[in-house]
Design a protein around this ligand. Structure first.
Ligand SMILES: [Zn+2]
Length: 216
């Protein structure tokens, strides 16, 4: 099961990814983490990446793909992997496609979790976080047992400052603009599976598993 996950903020992609990790015993791979590890460990690729970052430039796609491919070659990714947050652009998707073809491990499916903007705004702007344990709540969808305090440690909940409606709408617009070409790219290859993510988490998981049963 070799997957790429797409979805706007508020679509519940993180929750679904965590469930797929458990269900299929495959790692969720974040390019941010890989890049950070390489830079921290001072690997050959990390040193190269660092030279771009120090100049305030983006790390080139080819370099990121090399790091990703290294990670995908580790034993825990033998059965498959979930890529989240990568690729972000069509050139990255092309580079990834070539690299995966070289090792004869093409993607099984690209899951796109979709919700209307209004729902994303409702979900995100009602989000409260516990500063102690970092658990998140949603007044509409997942409220705490007692108003305003965390279920686990009784800490007063805080609202995330970047979650006001205008900011959320801007983030969604940016997301849609960036992702549209990627969707066309994967759709043209017959890899794109759009999943309606408006329902409860369990229902969305069922939909995901149904889609995966067809495309693996
Ligand atoms: Zn807490």
């Amino acid at each position: 099961m070799r997957l790429v996950l797409l979805g706007p903020p508020g679509a519940g992609k993180g929750t679904q990814a965590a469930r797929l990790v458990e269900r299929f015993d495959i790692p969720q791979i974040s390019t941010g983490d890989i890049l950070r590890d390489h830079v921290q460990d001072g690997t050959r690729l990390g040193i190269k990446a660092r030279s771009y970052m120090d100049r305030g430039e983006y790390v080139p796609d080819a370099l990121v793909v090399q790091m990703v491919m290294g990670r995908l070659g580790e034993p825990d990714a033998e059965k498959g992997f979930i890529l989240d947050g990568f690729p972000r652009t069509v050139p990255q998707a092309e580079a990834l496609e070539r690299a995966l073809a070289d090792v004869d491990r093409p993607l099984s499916c690209v899951l796109q979790y979709d919700i209307p903007d209004d729902m994303a705004v409702r979900r995100l702007s009602n989000r409260w976080t516990c500063p102690t344990c970092k658990r998140t709540y949603n007044l509409e969808f997942k409220p705490p047992a007692r108003e305003g305090v965390c279920d686990f440690d009784d800490t007063p909940l805080e609202r995330r400052s970047d979650d006001d409606e205008l900011t959320v709408r801007r983030r969604l617009a940016v997301y849609r603009e960036q992702t549209a070409p990627l969707q066309r790219f994967y759709s043209a290859r017959g890899l794109l599976c759009v999943i309606d993510a408006q329902s409860k988490e369990d229902v969305v998981t069922e939909r995901t598993l149904a889609v995966l049963a067809d495309c693996s």
